[in-house]
Design a binder for this molecule. Structure first.
Ligand code: ADP
Ligand code: MG
Length: 270
């Protein structure tokens, strides 16, 4: 049995204005004997942007996957908007959510991956409409109007009827962002959203993400784009081998990294 079942239940009380959007308290995650996340404690407040950086294999994607219910934590407590991820509290006890309940919790979280994974046989607007129509039962006309609004927001209104194959990587990624926004998430997770793009296409995606941050969206962004982190992030977290090595104001962390490993990593990406 993991610590999750045995620990207290005070965090699972639902959201209020001051509840952090994401709260990780001593979160660990192991695959067999390999401990990939080690005692992660961090908080993302409503409307904040946290940038997560670190070498390949340090556990960044695993952390996002835990937040997004794609993995269970092995120990510690992880909550989104005051609700324990994957668990429900009743009568002072914790119960694991069934797949249907977990899917419901996940709907509030938008995720954007390195590979955009658009449905290739659907146009841009059909991609954006898909989940609201099939998952939420939104009438097609309404979903279409909203999808067009979202495509306009990412600068692609005039590409609504294009298939992914006829869009650039940057445009496909912007459609993927619009698709995630169509479910009205309260939290957006980005896992290296610009890493697969040609350099000249990175800026247009980062600009959309900046706009989203300005609009007040709570975001966790795994990225190697330090300019973006410096400009947009409220907090920069440097993770190495599953440990939060450093965390703080991005300008401070970037100007005065305290740990040797942070310095070594930054010297490679800056
Ligand atoms: P990052 O995103 O920082 O590159 P990951 O979270 O993808 O790191 O991976 C962290 C570590 O966890 C790596 O050593 C990886 O091999 C391991 N890992 C990730 N997913 C699994 C899995 N499903 N089973 C076993 N090991 C995994
Ligand atoms: Mg990764």
């Amino acid at each position: 049995m993991s610590d999750v079942h045995e620990s207290g239940t005070s965090a699972a009380t639902g959201s209020t204005g001051t509840t952090p959007m994401v709260l990780a308290e001593g979160v660990s995650k192991s695959y067999g004997s390999h401990e990939v996340l080690k005692d992660i404690t961090l908080e993302v407040k409503r409307g904040e942007v946290l940038c997560l950086v670190g070498p390949s294999g340090s556990g960044k994607s695993t952390f996002l996957r835990c937040i997004n219910h794609l993995e269970n934590v092995s120990a510690g407590r992880l909550s989104v908007d005051g609700h324990l991820v994957g668990y429900r509290e009743a009568g002072g006890k914790l119960y694991e959510l069934n797949p249907k309940e977990a899917a419901k919790q996940r709907r509030d979280i938008g995720m954007v991956f390195q590979r955009f994974n658009l449905f290739p046989h659907m146009t841009a607007i059909e991609n954006v409409m898909e989940a609201p129509v099939t998952v939420k039962g939104v009438p097609k006309a309404k979903a279409k109007a909203r999808a067009l609004e979202l495509l306009a927001r990412v600068g692609l209104a005039e590409r609504a009827d294009y298939y992914p194959a006829h869009l650039s990587g940057g445009q496909q990624q912007r459609v993927a962002i619009a698709r995630a926004l169509a479910m009205d998430p309260k939290l957006m997770l980005f896992d290296e959203p610009t890493s697969a793009l040609d350099p000249e296409l990175v800026g247009e995606v980062l600009d959309v993400m900046k706009g989203l941050a300005k609009s007040g969206m709570t975001m966790i962004v795994v990225t190697h784009e330090m300019g973006f982190a410096r400009e947009v992030a409220d907090t920069l977290v440097f993770m190495d081998e599953g440990i939060v090595m450093e965390s703080g104001d991005p300008r401070e962390v970037l100007a005065n990294p305290r740990h040797e490993r942070t310095q070594a990593f930054l010297s490679k990406v800056l």
